[in-house]
Structures are given as structure tokens and as C-alpha cells.
Design a protein around this ligand. Sequence first.
Ligand SMILES: Nc1nc2c(ncn2[C@@H]2O[C@H](COP(=O)(O)OP(=O)(O)O)[C@@H](O)[C@H]2O)c(=O)[nH]1
Ligand SMILES: [Mg+2]
Length: 216
Amino acid sequence: MIVKKAEHVITAVKPNQYPSTGYPEIAFVGRSNVGKSSIINTLVNRKSLARVGGTPGKTRQINFYNVNDTFYLVDLPGYGFANVSKEMKASWENIIETYLYSRKENNLKLIVLLVDIRHSPSKDDITMNQWIRGFGLNTLIIATKADKISKSQINLRINDIKKVLQLSNTDKVLPFSSEKRIGIEAVWSEIDEKLRKVLEDSLKLNDGAAEAEMDE
Ligand SMILES: Nc1nc2c(ncn2[C@@H]2O[C@H](COP(=O)(O)OP(=O)(O)O)[C@@H](O)[C@H]2O)c(=O)[nH]1
Ligand SMILES: [Mg+2]
């Protein structure tokens, strides 16, 4: 992916604040502090487009980033932080759930679940994984902070994550590091594939419409 343009479009809470251009969306979800904002910066090659390392749990909004006027990278609120009130937990759950509900049919083409490569997925990660698969969404798992472990450990950790999340053999878990820039190509190639499908589908629709016109 050649990123010619990357800009913050809006910080949204309610669906009526979401962008209305209809561009496909790739959304990032995961625990607070797992590296969601960092991966967005790394993918678009910008130091601080998305705000990194904010007070965990403070960002209960959804940030939309326009890439190349073609699609959005979407930074969803982080979950799983300690010392959070029930109200606050319900509030982020509601924000994520509302987003998934309103975008699953048309806009949302891939949801990327981030887990820390060093740890087994948490209860919240397991719930989130089941939840997004329940929605029937295309899902990609990324194991972040791969620079924090030795190369020889990477496959062991990936296999543990697969096991705990009960993934099938065909499900991918990609190691990633914003710090050491590991895995960028692999993640873009997954995103590219989904965006290509969107384009193919819209061409098919157009073809269908043209054929219908010729039949008349
Ligand atoms: N070592 C290392 N630290 C990272 C990596 N990605 C993010 N971090 C750090 O983890 C913290 C949280 O990152 P952030 O992107 O804000 O996480 P978010 O809360 O999920 O958006 C920050 O201090 C980052 O510098 C990585 O790949 N390697
Ligand atoms: Mg963040």
C-alpha cells in the first residue's frame, strides 16, 4: 500500500457522527495499551497521527482516519483496563457494539483484534473474539509488541494465542511490532485483499447494471 494521504477525520461517539462517504472501513480493537494507535501510525508511516499512550481508558471515542481518500482506519476504544466503574465498562461496550451494529452490513470490511504477543489472551480478548465472529465479520488477529520477545519465541506465543482463542488452522495470527517495524507488509497485504474484494464486488454490480441496461 502506498499511503499518499492519511488524515484524522473525526472523533465520534454516536453513529450520526460517523463519516458518511461510504468508504470501506478497517477497524482496530483490543485492550487498552495493546498498541492500536501505534499500529495505525506505523501503517500510515506517521509518528503521531493517532495519539499514543494516553491515559488508559480515557479514550472512549472512535477515531476515523482517512487513507488516500479510499478507506478509513478506525481506532475503537480500548477495553480491559483496571479500576474501571461498571458504568464506564458498559459505556465502552456500548460504543463498540453500536459501531459494529451500524457498520457490519456495508462499511466494515475487516476487524483487526490486537493481542499482546507476550501474554495469553485475556477473558475480555476471548469475549471480543467470540463477539466479532458472532457478527460474521472478517477478522484478523495481530500479536503486538513482537520486539519484546526473542525471535525463537514468536511461533510458540502465536500458537498459544491460537489455542486460547480456539482459532482454526486457517485463521492467521500475525506478529507485529511498531517499535521494530515487524509485520507491516503482511498486515497491508491482508487489508489490500479485503479492499480489492470491495472493488471487485462494486465492479460486478456495475457490470450487472450495464447488462440489465443492454437487455432492455
Ligand atoms: N515495545 C513496543 N511498545 C509498543 C508497541 N506498540 C505500542 N507500544 C507502546 O505501548 C503503549 C500503548 O500504545 P498505544 O498505541 O497507545 O496503545 P492503545 O491504547 O491500544 O492505542 C505506548 O507506550 C506505546 O509506545 C510495539 O510494537 N513495541
Ligand atoms: Mg489508543
